[in-house]
Write a new protein. Structure first.
Length: 379
């Protein structure tokens, strides 16, 4: 029996070593330790040969910035006789900081009085470090995507300026007409009202274009909301109309009226459509043509396609077009399609391209109707 107990103890010790988990038990009456595993002492930087540390020595190990919160957690668990589960930092004498996940469970007497807490403490420093590195990577991707948006708008500055000036000029013309009709004797109120209505229409159009531009320049954390994606497509048509007109590209849509709203990040999805539609326009800049955007529900997903009648895709490099820094354009950064694919995949979808049967190319992407919250990519 003794050998069996020793064998089990050896297995438990090895398991704790492998998982960086220490077990413990402490008595409520005097806050003294009644059990402390060797792994716990090693995690907290105490010498197991010197015996268990005092409660005060243990608290000294808790990081000063976490100490008050940790003491509050313990006191609350004592008063309420409940489990506690918390992550905290400890500070070793050599200056090393570790992250600890500790779980405690109350032990009650037959009369219901709290006597002890038993539990475990796990060193999660590596996991926390990995999470911090992932967060840095997400922030880097967010910054890169923001740069891509700003750069894209910079390239479109001329056409955007023209697109904004058009409704403003039309509003000024209508305002002059309104003044003229009001100056008649008697004033022609019907025509003045019609002119005022046009001022409102053109002013709202200019404001809409400016709002679309501002949303692209804005740098904010990813935020998912229920979105009408057909509405985003119409917004992009408003924003890209000047660019399409500049290259004699006609834009048309075939949008399903039955499209449900889905949980997405609006700005990120705007960026996907802008990248795909701009690529299509640029593929037709020497010849003109037609840009077609389609949406439909298929196999429990929403599928979108952006088609052009341009020069087509380099078939020998089809597997490279979504790679970062790959571009076929002299001034291209090679990031647009890579960022677009990352955005779509972070929403649980897929993005791919195909050659059209006659001329041009089509980019397709899907989004699940029930979008789950995966790692947010970009802002």
């Amino acid at each position: 029996m003794t050998q069996e107990l020793e064998r089990r103890q050896a297995h438990l010790t090895e398991a704790q070593r492998l998982t960086h988990t220490g077990s413990w038990a402490w008595r409520l009456a005097d806050r003294k330790t009644v059990h402390l595993s060797e792994e716990w002492s090693l995690i907290y930087g105490f010498d197991p040969a010197k015996g268990a540390p005092t409660w005060e020595e243990y608290l000294e190990r808790v990081h000063p910035e976490d100490r008050l919160k940790w003491k509050g957690t313990i006191e609350r668990a004592i008063v309420e006789k409940v489990d506690y589960d918390q992550e905290l930092r400890i500070l070793l004498p050599n200056g090393m900081v570790k992250w600890i996940h500790t779980v405690g469970h109350p032990v009650l007497s037959e009369a219901g009085d709290l006597e002890q807490f038993v539990g475990s403490s796990t060193d999660i420093t590596e996991r926390k470090s990995a999470e911090q590195e992932r967060e840095k990577l997400r922030q880097l991707e967010a910054d890169l995507a923001h740069i891509d948006r700003v750069s894209t708008l910079g390239e479109m500055a001329a056409s955007l300026a023209h697109e904004i000036k058009q409704p403003i000029a039309a509003a000024i013309t209508s305002a002059n007409s309104c003044i003229e009709w009001l100056s008649h004797e008697p004033p022609n109120l019907d025509r003045a009202r019609a002119a005022a209505a046009r001022i409102d229409k053109y002013g709202n159009r200019a404001a809409e274009i400016i709002d679309r531009i501002r949303s692209f320049y804005r740098k904010s954390p990813p935020q998912r909301e229920l979105v009408d994606v057909n509405g985003i497509i119409h917004e992009m048509f408003t924003l890209l109309k000047g660019e399409a007109d500049r290259f004699s590209v006609a834009m048309c849509t075939d949008l399903s009226a039955e499209l449900p709203k889905i949980m997405v990040d609006r700005v990120q999805l705007q960026q996907v459509f802008m990248n795909l539609m701009l690529n299509a326009i640029e593929a037709m800049e020497d010849s003109g043509g037609e840009l077609a955007v389609k949406s439909q529900v298929q196999d429990g997903q929403i599928q979108f396609s952006v088609s052009d009648t341009g020069v087509g895709l380099p078939m020998e490099k089809m597997d490279q077009i979504f790679s970062a820094f790959f571009t076929t354009k002299p001034q291209g950064s090679g990031m647009g399609l890579a960022i677009s694919r990352s955005i779509v995949e972070s929403h649980g979808g897929q993005l791919w391209a195909s050659a059209n049967s006659v001329v041009g190319a089509t980019f397709h992407f899907t989004l699940p109707i029930q979008v789950t919250e995966s790692s947010p990519l970009v802002a």
